[in-house]
Ligand binder design. Structure first.
Ligand SMILES: [Zn+2]
Length: 300
């Protein structure tokens, strides 16, 4: 890339001037340019003054129209001046002015894209350059999950199945009462043969789902997401942005999962497990947990 003109340098920094002082301070600014000269130029920016600012005439010598907003035009000499939209159309000619506007907008868009790519690359480099350390509560969540994994498979699988079904309730079926039968008849419904009675609710079940378990997220998902970020470094901004977003999501999921695990491994939850069908079938009467000195799940 060659040496940038004042206009191009302005473009790369900021595309809009918002005071007359700022506009006039542009390097090579000319307040009074012959029409023939300005119509050879190209649009490199815009100006928009606040409504309280006085209106000022255009940079085209032959034009006496005053405005507060319009376009910054770079001349072939690399000096810059300005013209309002209507004046531009009038002096450049409708077709030429439209063409100038189009290439200005294209350049602006290309520049915005390049800036976005630069920003997203910077963020990706930062992510890739940072050592990923597990969140503070990760170790304890991981230990508790490992102990959970060693439960008798029938019990463990029945709890994991509830997580998969997103069913956190503990319920049993009982015969309907006379009142429930009468009530159904009164409403014109068929009398129930059994009633599902919810007696408890398990918190933090999602900590057990394979795809949202803390150990899976930390050991498999996050490293995989980082690899995608790495391999997207040479791609376009959208791909890299998407890779970073998915990495962020995985990190957030890990934090959520650790939080859920600590909700799951509580006395309150485990005391309720004695009501699970699997527990009854195994002849277990009570399920408790112990935190000290080492985390344990006690089945009696
Ligand atoms: Zn004008």
């Amino acid at each position: 890339m060659g040496i940038r003109s004042a206009g191009e340098a302005f473009l790369l920094k900021k595309r809009i001037a918002t005071s007359w002082e700022e506009l006039r301070a542009l390097e090579g600014f000319l307040a009074d340019v012959d029409r023939k000269e300005i119509v050879q130029g190209k649009i490199v920016g815009e100006y928009a003054m606040p409504s309280a600012a006085p209106m000022q005439p255009c940079g085209i010598r032959q034009c006496r129209t005053k405005h507060r907003k319009g376009f910054i035009v770079e001349l072939t000499s690399h000096a810059v001046s300005h013209t309002g939209g209507h004046c531009g159309k009038k002096h450049f000619g409708t077709a030429a002015w439209r063409e100038r506007l189009r290439s200005y907008r294209d350049a602006k868009q290309a520049e915005a894209k390049a800036t976005a790519l630069e920003e997203v690359r910077e963020r990706a480099e930062k992510v890739l350059g940072t050592k990923i350390v597990p969140p503070p509560q990760y170790d304890s969540a991981n230990k508790m999950l490992a102990v959970f994994d060693k439960l008798p498979s029938e019990l463990r699988d029945s709890i994991v199945a509830k997580a998969q079904d997103r069913d956190s309730s503990i319920a049993f079926f009982r015969a309907p009462t006379k009142k429930e039968i009468d009530n159904a008849k009164f409403l014109g419904e068929r009398a129930p043969t059994q009633i599902r009675q919810v007696i408890g609710n398990i918190a933090g079940l999602s900590a057990l789902l394979r795809s949202s378990r803390a150990d899976y997220l930390y050991e498999v998902e996050i490293p995989a997401r980082l690899k995608v970020v790495q391999s997207s470094m040479d791609g376009d901004a959208d791909d890299l942005f998407d890779a970073l977003r998915k990495f962020d999501v995985a990190v957030q999921l890990l934090n959520d999962s650790i939080f859920e695990a600590h909700l799951f491994f509580t006395d309150l939850n485990f005391a309720q497990f004695s009501n699970l069908g699997a527990v009854k079938r195994l002849g277990i009467t009570s399920v408790n947990i112990e935190f000290e000195p080492n985390f344990k799940i006690l089945l009696r």
